[in-house]
Design a protein around this ligand. Structure first.
Ligand SMILES: *Cc1c(COP(=O)(O)O)cnc(C)c1O
Length: 402
């Protein structure tokens, strides 16, 4: 179809002009934080495999054993015939780790958020969402018929003002936020938000994609905030520190039972392959038995921020905001010349004007390489075509509101 291809070409040209076109680069992960791109070995600071478990021998062995026993695919949705026995063990381990009555495993984090929110919020309800919440919290919010209100990033007073003004007009209210913000690395004020939500009969849900396994003794952002037991809906992913794939919700038994009968992304999508569930079980066993491992990514991030005089890292994610997409691409290329893979992050993943480098630290990053990276970044800042802006942004490290 001529008009179809014309449409695609026009769109691509627009993106090219704005330096916002994305393409896929082949990346061969070599175990640990090393990758091979175009024949070059680079040390990656762009993997969310925080504990490097994706290539851990225990996970590989568990996955291989599960293939031997159960085959490759699950064959159907969990509600039909895909609910193999490994789910029960994984869900009880997740609930145990998070201190909730029950858990429900979904196909991915994106599917979890797209499924959970519409179950909890309908046309008579209100959803409050942090402006920097992850794309899939937005997707779930948009899929619900609820009225949506956006609060300024981590601004509890703003959320309170919105609830004070609007809460009474709605049947139920749900507040959703990242526990650890995926592109900024900062933590949500979980305890304050939980207290606010109690005062306004509002349900709070945290997305702990970047919290599980790496903060709060590996138990995530609610534990890091000393607010375990105060967050009734703790969602997360098995695709980051857990090293595999899949998403989950930890909550009370009735909420989980409701999800299993109502969440469309659970009901109408094939269950995770048994091997990936087996690998997640093995990963949780490691996290429970090796608490010192869970502290390493944050320690590496802090070594980096302290060398550069940046605000102390709160999570294994450290952003360096450079402003325009061109500056982020340039900075990324310069670091690649030094042997580091740090992919540039551009709008619409982050607000316009806040293109950035995003460093993700993992347990196996050698200390001397973290030091060398910090020196390379220091040189980059010094030689930046717009050093003043870069330095100013570096001091605040807080993106302007979108
Ligand atoms: C990665 C991510 C997700 C999505 O999880 P997947 O399992 O990769 O689909 C959800 N929320 C946040 C905050 C994330 O960073």
């Amino acid at each position: 179809m001529r008009s179809l291809d014309d449409f695609a070409c026009r769109k691509l040209e627009e993106l090219d002009r704005a330096l916002l076109r994305r393409t896929l680069a082949e990346c061969l992960r070599e175990g640990g934080p090393w990758v091979n791109r175009g024949g070059r070995r680079l040390l990656s600071f762009s993997c969310n495999d925080y504990l490097n478990l994706s290539s851990h021998p225990a996970l590989k062995a568990a996955a291989i054993a599960a293939i031997g026993q159960h085959g490759v695919g699950a064959g159907a949705s969990r509600l039909v015939t895909g609910n193999h026995p490994l789910f029960r063990e994984l869900e009880s381990r997740l609930a145990g780790l998070k201190g909730t009555e029950a858990a429900c495993v979904f196909g991915s984090g994106y599917l979890a958020n797209s499924g959970i929110i519409p179950v909890l919020a309908g046309a008579q309800d209100l959803v409050l969402i942090d402006e920097l919440a992850h794309a899939c919290l937005w997707a779930g919010t948009k899929l619900s018929a609820a009225q949506t209100l956006v609060f300024r990033h981590n601004d509890v007073a703003h959320a309170r003002a919105l609830l004070a003004e609007k809460r009474l007009h709605f049947r139920h209210a749900l507040l959703v936020t990242d526990g650890v913000f995926s592109m900024d690395g900062d933590l949500a004020p979980v305890e304050e938000l939980a207290a606010l939500c109690r005062a306004y009969d509002t349900w709070v849900m945290t997305d702990d994609a970047h919290g599980l396994g790496v903060i709060g003794g590996g138990r995530g952002s609610a534990f890091a905030a000393g607010a375990s037991g105060q967050v009734p809906l703790q969602m997360g992913t098995l695709s980051k520190a857990i090293g595999g794939y899949g998403g989950y919700l930890c909550a009370s038994r009735p909420v989980i039972d409701l999800m299993k009968t109502r969440a469309r992304t659970l009901i109408y999508s094939t269950a995770l392959p048994p091997m990936i569930v087996a690998a997640a079980i093995a990963a949780l066993a490691i996290i429970e038995s090796e608490p010192e491992l869970t502290m390493k990514p944050l320690a590496k991030a802090r070594a980096f921020t302290s060398r550069l005089g940046l605000p102390e890292a709160q999570s294994p994610i450290v952003p360096l905001i450079v402003g325009e997409p061109e500056a982020a691409l340039h900075a990324s290329n310069k670091l690649a010349e030094e042997g580091f893979l740090v992919t540039p992050i551009r709008p619409p993943t982050v607000p316009a004007g806040t293109a950035r480098l995003r460093f993700a630290f993992t347990a196996m990053h050698p200390d001397e390489e973290v030091a060398r990276l910090a020196e390379a970044v220091r040189a980059l800042i010094a030689s930046s075509p717009a050093p003043a802006t870069m330095k100013a942004l570096q001091e605040t490290q807080c993106p302007p509101s979108s």
